[in-house]
Design a protein around this ligand. Structure first.
Ligand SMILES: C[S@@+](CC[C@H](N)C(=O)[O-])C[C@H]1O[C@@H](n2cnc3c(N)ncnc32)[C@H](O)[C@@H]1O
Length: 270
């Protein structure tokens, strides 16, 4: 691939892409698909695929995913992943990106993803993590995310703080996949396909990026008036202003991710 910035080339993203490139997708289920970003990434990276099914509990994001994949073999369904409306062993791949920390009952969703996966099928998880050796620009992104998660939670949405590497590894370990490979990458695989990868990765303090991030803070600040507790409104308002300053000082870059690919064992004892 041309024009891969050095930091991206050495981040682990190329290794993740090559792992995905060895998988014949068949029928793929993307859980908590949102606007379908991970389906788009898998279309560009899997060795081959027959079709995708994307499910999400929120109708709003699915509408834009439907437009995005209008001419593609993608079916999008509104569904709570705690209770998947599919037969046992009916998918060749089940996957989920950036959503572990959005789930109310993580164990239930993962058990369902495992149930509908064929024995020998691939289970793929990509999730950003909180700790480790991340740059100041990445820390801005993580702190901003933690702030947004507090606002979402106070407004009744399930949104937890970004998980630690250890916690994500523990969750993956409980899935009893064999074999399983866990890769750590400073940048997710989709960065390889992003038009703005050079500015974003080599210069996280570029003005366009900071302006975008500050616009996001401003739109979250507007939501504070919906919070009933006045003390929380003041505290979160102050944090929002501090985050704007932090964006200007250090920039903002996507956090590091853990990327896991494992197979459901042929003899299933789950
Ligand atoms: C951060 S988004 C991730 C979207 C997408 N996977 C991506 O890579 O951009 C998290 C998504 O999880 C969805 N979600 C949360 N709980 C869910 C559940 N129980 N069942 C299905 N989707 C759920 C939310 O509606 C939201 O679209």
């Amino acid at each position: 691939m041309e024009n891969v910035p050095k930091r991206l080339a050495t981040s682990g993203a190329l290794k993740a892409r090559s792992e995905l490139g060895s998988i014949s997708g068949g029928k793929v289920l993307d859980v908590a698909t949102g606007t379908g970003d991970f389906i788009d990434t898998l279309m560009k990276t899997l060795k081959e695929y027959d079709c995708f099914v994307g499910v999400d509990i929120s109708k709003k994001d699915l509408e834009s995913a439907k437009k995005r994949f209008r001419d593609k073999p993608v079916k999008l369904m509104e569904m709570n992943a705690e209770s998947l409306e599919f037969d046992d062993n009916s998918f060749d791949v089940t996957c989920m990106a950036y959503s572990l920390h959005h789930l109310e009952r993580t164990d239930k969703v993962l058990a369902e993803m495992r149930r509908v996966l064929k024995p020998g099928g691939n289970f793929i998880i990509q999730e950003e993590f909180f700790d480790g050796n991340q740059t100041e620009a990445q820390k801005t992104n993580l702190l901003q995310h933690a702030w947004e998660a507090q606002i979402d939670s106070l407004l009744g949405e399930t949104h937890k703080t970004t998980l630690t590497k250890h916690k994500i590894e523990e969750i993956i370990g409980n899935l009893q996949l064999k074999p399983v490979e866990i890769l750590e990458s400073a940048h997710p695989v989709e960065c390889l396909f992003c038009k703005k990868k050079i500015e974003c990765i080599e210069d996280p303090k570029n003005q366009e990026r900071i302006d975008g991030s500050i616009r996001e803070i401003d739109s979250n600040l507007k939501r504070l008036k919906e919070i009933a507790d006045p003390e929380a409104r003041v505290r979160l308002g102050k944090m929002g202003e501090e985050l704007k300053e932090r964006n200007r000082k250090f920039g903002n870059a996507p956090p590091s991710v853990l990327f896991a690919i494992g197979r459901k064992a042929l003899e299933s004892g789950f």
